[in-house]
Design a binder for this molecule. Structure first.
Ligand code: SF4
Ligand code: SF4
Length: 173
């Protein structure tokens, strides 16, 4: 093949490629300028867990270990304790509560089995996905990191309405 036909073929390939690029430019952008703009997550999104409290602020977890037993990654560590004080004074809804409740996010696969296993609705997935750290040991989150009353919520996401089709933003148009 001559050098002339090489140049012609290469030019045709470049024009074909650039025509695809230019055809996309007028279309709506999908890119979210995170963290300058909040990311929208679906209501069903599984982020960092939340440990819940009742209407009086008492921890719902009764340290039954069912979540730890259901966890396929073996990443939940609980130490149970008894708090015989009356309801008004104690930590949790029950005498028995979790003195220690750790989740190792270096192992968690966000499967949701722990949430399904909990008989007390004490644990759910929250929406926080900003779990990156520089030190692996910092992936271990304690009760203070997980309690809904203490967990710091990031301004970098919003949760979609249940009937909002956020997925369509990411589909080919
Ligand atoms: S989401 Fe799955 S892997 Fe993570 S703590 Fe719960 S059961 Fe374990
Ligand atoms: S979070 Fe639920 S399943 Fe896990 S120990 Fe507490 S009460 Fe039991």
């Amino acid at each position: 093949m001559s050098i002339i036909s090489d140049i012609v073929e290469s030019t045709k390939a470049i024009i074909k490629g650039m025509s695809v690029t230019f055809s996309k430019i007028p279309k709506e952008k999908w890119t979210v300028q995170y963290p300058d703009e909040p990311v929208t997550v679906q209501p069903r999104y599984r982020g960092q867990h939340l440990l819940h409290v009742d209407e009086n602020g008492k921890e719902k977890c009764v340290a039954c270990f069912l979540c730890a037993a259901a966890c396929p990654s073996d990443c939940i560590y609980i130490v149970a304790a008894d708090d015989p004080r009356p309801y008004e004074e104690r930590v949790g809804v029950d005498n028995r509560y979790a003195a220690v409740y750790n989740i190792d996010y270096g192992r968690c696969i966000f499967c949701g089995f722990c949430v399904e296993a909990c008989p007390k609705d004490a644990i759910t997935h929250g929406y926080n996905f900003e779990l990156s750290v520089y030190n692996r040991a910092d992936l271990l989150k304690t009760k203070d990191d997980l309690l809904i009353t203490k967990q710091k919520q990031s301004p970098n996401y919003r949760v979609a309405w249940a009937d909002e089709d956020v997925d369509s933003e990411y589909k080919e148009v």
